[in-house]
Design a protein around this ligand. Sequence first.
Ligand code: FAD
Length: 452
Amino acid sequence: MRTRVAVIGGGLAGITAALGCADAGLDVTLLESRGHLGGLTHSFRRGGLAVDNGQHVFLRCCTSYRRLLDRLGVTGKVYLQPRLAIQVRSPRLPAPVWLRRNGLPAPWHLADSVLKYRPLPLLDRMRFAGAALALRRVDPVSAASDRRSFGGWLSEHGQSEQAVRKLWDLVGIATLNAPATGASLGLAATVFQLGLLTEADAADIGWSTVPLRELHGDPAAERLAAAGARVLTGAKVTGLVPGGGTWRIAASTGALEADRVVLAVPPPVAARLLPPGSVTLPAGWHDALGSSPIVNAHVVFDRRVLDEPFFAAVDSPVQWVFDRTAPSGVDGGQYLAVSLSAADEFIDLPVAEIRRRMVPALRRLLPSSAGASVRDFFVTRERHATFRPAPGCAALRPAAVTAAEGVVLAGAWTATGWPATMEGAARSGEAATQALLGSIPGVPGRSEGIPA
Ligand SMILES: Cc1cc2nc3c(=O)[nH]c(=O)nc-3n(C[C@H](O)[C@H](O)[C@H](O)COP(=O)(O)OP(=O)(O)OC[C@H]3O[C@@H](n4cnc5c(N)ncnc54)[C@H](O)[C@@H]3O)c2cc1C
């Protein structure tokens, strides 16, 4: 009889694990409480518009996520910059500036861009190099780095408040979902070392050219079915009970029995479903890990106001802005998504107040919007977009293997070493697959393409 695997949770982590197990010949059932797969990466229709719950980007160094895109057969539906180029706008500057990589190896590939970075005074630009080189030497996995604040470390390394705000946080807030002052040094070191300080091409930015559901959820359902897995949507799991070497899973669609379980749900749900003593973390670990919100303000102008696919902003409440016109199918004009990470300040504001703050700020960054009118404005909010990457967070992230025999964990919040990203989710799914396959006699412990 084939080993029966229940994968609970159909986000990117669960999808990766379910495909990995199905590809290894196991009998897989994926249970997802919502009506579709994709988890925190999804889209919906608003009249004629296809709207993503929030803009998502990835980097060239996101190897597990890109492997997942390949497996889903959708690599042709993303665009990956051949060479990193970020346009940065400020209402205080007459023209945009660029952070572009040159042809030199890392970390020198950004040196000339940083030296010409006009939002900062020359002294701050010159001091940036010293801190960047020191950050290369930080051990990203040590407990001491985990406990330390990235903001504190930056100021000890000569970075002024405005250097942190206008340069380090420009990248850090978007990738960590926290400002430097609220981020763990270890996690920040991982992001900057991998993305900007090791390989020159690592931080080339990629994004979907189709709505997220067409990139992840729908192809995943098709590929899983083709691989022989069962996909149950609208299946909310409410109980996980051991019995005689198997697991009995209670779900809103009915009960089922499995030999192995991948729990790929958010932390509070995992904490509720896991039998007591499954993870060696302090009581209340999931509350302590916490979550951090992301808000997107969606603005449809009646005409074109931006020529670039995206830009980042400084000296403004606007953070990153993406042109969503093509994937959304908007009928004329231009549709921009303003992505606000670490959005504690915005998450509970009424739409009218977010509009009052965002539209004038956006207009100050986009002089060509002067004669344009806003045809539509709406907001998407994800209160629990990521875990909170605060100092000490690594000590609250469980590994894939649990003490509950046959149950493994997956999710961007597990101990991947990465912040909560699509790459972290895909990595966790691969780690869970590897651990699970390794526990089954006669099944190779490592499937092809999965790194050790
Ligand atoms: C607005 C926004 C913007 C983001 N931007 C980026 C970005 O630019 N780049 C990037 O890399 N990452 C980004 N992220 C983070 C990224 O989306 C997540 O890290 C990743 O998608 C998490 O995947 P996951 O599978 O670990 O978790 P989830 O997507 O949370 O999947 C968990 C699944 O479990 C299901 N579930 C919950 N309870 C149950 C239950 N009882 N029974 C069955 N199923 C259940 C949920 O419905 C969900 O589908 C962003 C996130 C948000 C919200």
